[in-house]
Design a protein around this ligand. Structure first.
Ligand SMILES: Cc1cc2nc3c(=O)[nH]c(=O)nc-3n(C[C@H](O)[C@H](O)[C@H](O)COP(=O)(O)OP(=O)(O)OC[C@H]3O[C@@H](n4cnc5c(N)ncnc54)[C@H](O)[C@@H]3O)c2cc1C
Length: 375
């Protein structure tokens, strides 16, 4: 049985574990802490336009060397397996990567997403058109205002929305949205309306839905808890290597030996990349690229670009070959049994339309490649 060690407990590491276990590998996931996955707003963006992505040579999905039919087939398999697994963990999701909807957030803004928690699905803008929407407010909560959200729904999206304030007297003074987490949804007085709740409540009424969140996100926290079960909490500090192979990962006094390794360490928030004057991948000294060029070689030009457009920093990251082997700065593959997945990869805008699509699909494939190591 192939032993696979996955470093990273976000959505990429989780999808890698699902795929590797499906291929009968013995899988260990090691994670230091929650990363960016725990902050997502509540709607998974997967891909917008596969054909357009294939025209971007440095995009992690284009670098897999598949055509759009191949990518679509893998996305179908990865996402149905993910939805099944999350459903079993008590966190059912709805939607398909082939269709994007617009979902309302707590400020009344609309955000695109393809796969959403079942509790968010009824808040799709199209489904709200023509309905009256009660936006639930809690007067004790200081960092959210239902009246402003209702106003934005009306002005921005033409939805007939109104605020309904429901006091929760037992909340602490100067409560914030996070204090609502895990409480039973208070029943509204409004009848016959769709009911928009700030995220975090449980036991929503039949017509109720949760809005998308700003960080810290209850949706992200629920997802992180669902995917963390079974992961070992430890920080990998170094790897042992021998002749083009990684043989073990070290965490404090512990050594994790395996046949294949998946690096799903995320970007700056996860800790996979270190930002500084130069952005680096510090665990294995892998190459960090911007637009296909080693970031270190761009020097002050990249600093200047980052200053002009912070999103440039978000496109920096590791680069992989078709089998998701990460590259060194000179473009060579240092290890045959190391795979990289998720937001540690560069070449795409990780807050954009592939926010979850890249981690899900590269995680899925990296897990499979790792499980089949040596076959
Ligand atoms: C604020 C915010 C909101 C977002 N909202 C959305 C959204 O609404 N929709 C969307 O589609 N996308 C969204 N994104 C993007 C999306 O959340 C991320 O791209 C995705 O979650 C990245 O997943 P990941 O598994 O690659 O990395 P992460 O979730 O960051 O996981 C990295 C993991 O690696 C672990 N790790 C790192 N180094 C080590 C080490 N040395 N030893 C052990 N473990 C280690 C970390 O502890 C962590 O568990 C958002 C991103 C941010 C920052």
């Amino acid at each position: 049985m192939t032993k696979v060690l996955i470093v990273g407990g976000g959505i990429a590491g989780y999808c890698a574990a699902l795929a590797a276990r499906r291929d009968r590998a013995e899988v260990t996931v090691v994670a230091r802490a929650p990363g960016a996955t725990a902050l997502y707003a509540g709607g998974m963006e997967v891909v917008d336009d596969l054909d357009a992505i294939l025209g971007l040579p440095n995009h992690p999905l284009a670098r897999l060397g598949m055509d759009s039919v191949g990518l679509a087939t893998e996305l179908d398999a990865a996402i149905s397996t993910l939805q099944l697994a999350l459903g079993k963990e008590g966190l059912p999701f709805e939607g398909t990567w082939r269709r994007r909807g617009l979902y309302v957030d707590i400020h009344g803004l609309a955000r695109p997403a393809s796969i959403v928690p079942e509790t968010v699905a009824k808040g799709e803008l199209g489904a709200l058109t023509g309905k009256r929407v009660a936006v639930i407010g809690v007067p004790q909560v200081g960092d959210y205002d239902a009246a402003s959200t209702a106003q934005a729904l009306k002005e921005l999206h033409g939805i007939e929305a109104f605020a309904e304030e429901i006091p929760i007297p037992e909340l602490p003074q100067a409560a914030s949205l996070t204090d609502l987490y895990g409480r039973r949804a208070p029943p509204p007085r409004a009848r016959g309306a769709a009911i928009a709740y700030p995220p975090g409540f449980t036991h929503l009424p039949v017509d109720g839905f949760e809005m998308l969140a700003s960080p810290p996100s209850p949706h992200g926290w629920r997802l992180q808890q669902a995917i963390s079960l079974g992961a070992v909490t430890a920080e990998i500090a170094s790897f042992e290597t021998s002749r083009r192979k990684v043989t073990a990962a070290q965490a404090g006094g512990r050594t994790f030996r395996a046949d294949a390794f998946v690096l799903a360490t995320g970007r700056h928030i996860g800790g996979g990349l270190r930002a500084g004057r130069d952005t680096t991948e510090s665990l294995l000294g892998l190459g960090v690229f911007h637009d296909g060029v080693p970031a270190a070689s761009l020097g002050t030009r990249l600093q200047h670009l980052k200053y002009l457009d912070p999103a440039e920093e978000m496109r920096i990251g590791a680069m992989t070959d078709k089998r998701l082997h990460p590259l060194l700065e000179d473009g060579s593959v240092p290890f045959d049994n190391l795979y990289a997945a998720g937001a540690v990869l560069g070449g795409y805008d990780y807050g954009g339309p592939c926010g979850f699509g890249v981690p899900i699909l590269t995680g899925w494939l990296a897990g499979r490649f790792a499980a089949r190591q040596g076959q």
